[in-house]
Design a protein around this ligand. Structure first.
Ligand SMILES: *Cc1c(COP(=O)(O)O)cnc(C)c1O
Length: 243
């Protein structure tokens, strides 16, 4: 039997492959690779595997559940250089207090109620929460995120919230797996970018909507072609690594 590849080596190799594909997509799009941040999604793996990715040089890490983020942030707190944590899943209001101090960027600001609750907590703690509004680009009520028609009102509310800074939008393409669906993903990403451009023109308080978080393992190339500044990649980084 051939010796299995060391998981840390495999993790480094996966990261290099994903980075190459990001660079190639930037080249195709005529974009500066410095304008696309790779966020490594660690929700499938243990803190030990997460540390491998961090050691390999991926400093932006994401979890979709606040509790998992708490645990990993604690386990990796003394890592040099320290990771930047992103929360990409729903934040329940009763978890705001414990989560805010750990998170660099919240990708999933998905309701006015959550915005108001974060504002109250961040004001009390004397901090500012940087966030992206998660948009339901599929327009499917069964999915998470704010409906397109409601994003302007969210931005206006966010402009009044002194302790929440909205830096852009996040969206997930609603497509079943399969190569024939990348064209559909690309159209949805284009739509999110157009929504962002439209809001930046139409809503006077919507300053600095520079960030677009879109694209996962199956569609990050399409997302970069349509202007993603943050891509959230999980499974492609963990192939053959175990957990
Ligand atoms: C899990 C998850 C990802 C990563 O998905 P992969 O297909 O594993 O790359 C990205 N974004 C969100 C919101 C997720 O929940």
């Amino acid at each position: 039997m051939a010796a299995a590849e060391d998981p840390a080596d495999r993790c480094r190799r996966n990261l290099a492959t994903v980075r190459d594909r990001v660079a190639e997509a930037c080249r195709r799009a005529g974009r500066d690779p410095a304008g696309v941040r790779l966020v490594g999604v660690t929700k499938y793996v243990s803190a030990a595997a997460t540390r491998m990715l961090l050691d390999a040089g991926c400093l932006d890490l994401a979890e979709s559940r606040p509790q998992s983020l708490w645990i990993k942030a604690r386990e990796l707190a003394s890592h040099e250089p320290p990771p930047r944590w992103h929360l990409i899943g729903h934040l329940q209001r009763n978890k705001i207090r414990r989560t805010l101090p750990l998170v660099d960027l919240l990708h999933s600001l998905d309701s006015l109620r959550l915005l108001e609750a974060i504002e109250a907590e961040a004001a009390a703690a004397g901090r500012v929460c940087e966030a992206l509004i998660e948009v339901n680009i599929a327009g499917d009520p069964g999915r998470t995120g704010v409906m397109e028609a409601e994003v302007a009102a969210m931005l206006e509310a966010a402009a009044r919230a002194r302790h929440v800074r909205v830096l852009g939008l996040m969206g997930m393409a609603a497509v079943p797996d399969g190569p024939e669906n990348t064209a559909s993903a690309r159209r949805q990403f284009a739509r999110l970018r157009e929504l962002r451009d439209d809001l930046a023109r139409r809503v006077p308080t919507a300053t600095g909507l520079g960030e677009l978080s879109m694209g996962m393992s199956g569609d990050f190339v399409e997302a970069i072609l349509e202007g993603a500044t943050l891509v959230r990649v999980g499974s492609a980084l963990w192939e053959g690594v175990g957990e």
